[in-house]
Write a protein that binds this ligand. Structure first.
Ligand code: AMP
Length: 176
């Protein structure tokens, strides 16, 4: 089923100046709450990447988890969380990602992905691409292969794809 883009876009709520002045926050909660909309998102991501031997779907904290988990289930893959620093209880690999002032750390459990395993990365929004790029570094440091990345929303004006050269990227909804 092709996504009805105008209908899905109607389910995204723009929140100006959240979490701070100048940012228009893309609130996906109305889309998640819509049975057909949520299903279309999961189905479109899963159908693009099915048949590619994906063994793990990595979701990026926190909204990425909500999309990644049903996609993993649909692909017959496992779900893996990438989390902000200090949340994962066992041994981790850590990578810095860019914040507006300075950097943050993202973490992945050392045994969460295996050598040569094919992995799909999922998040809600591709903005500058820093978060996704750091996630790729974490996965590849553990020897796994990033088969692709998928986002519900891509903010094209922030050029996130520039940080993800050569990657297979599916974004369902584009904003220029
Ligand atoms: P970036 O690293 O700049 O690509 O930012 C991506 C991360 O920040 C994702 O995990 C998003 O959830 C979040 N994010 C960035 N910009 C927005 C936005 N305008 N609306 C909602 N979430 C955003």
């Amino acid at each position: 089923m092709e996504p009805d883009v105008p209908r899905l876009k109607d389910l995204i709520r723009d929140i100006p100046d959240f979490p701070k002045a100048g940012v228009v926050f893309k609130d996906i909660t109305p889309l998640l709450a819509d049975p057909e909309g949520f299903s279309l998102v999961v189905e479109n991501i899963a159908s693009k990447f099915e048949g590619q031997g994906i063994r793990k779907v990595v979701g990026i904290e926190a909204r990425g988890f909500i999309i990644a988990a049903p996609v993993a289930h649909r692909l017959g893959a496992g779900f893996v969380p990438v989390r902000k620093v200090g949340k994962l209880p066992w041994e981790v690999e850590a990578e810095a990602y860019e914040l507006e002032y300075g950097t943050g750390l993202l973490e992945l459990h050392r045994d969460a992905v295996a050598f040569d395993e094919r992995v799909l990365v999922v998040d809600d929004v591709l903005a500058t691409g820093g978060t996704a790029a750091a996630t790729i570094r974490l996965i590849e440091r553990l020897g796994a292969k990033v088969a692709g990345l998928s986002f519900v929303i891509e903010l094209g004006f922030l050029n996130g794809r520039r940080q993800l050269p050569g990657r297979d990227i599916l974004s369902l909804l584009h904003y220029e």
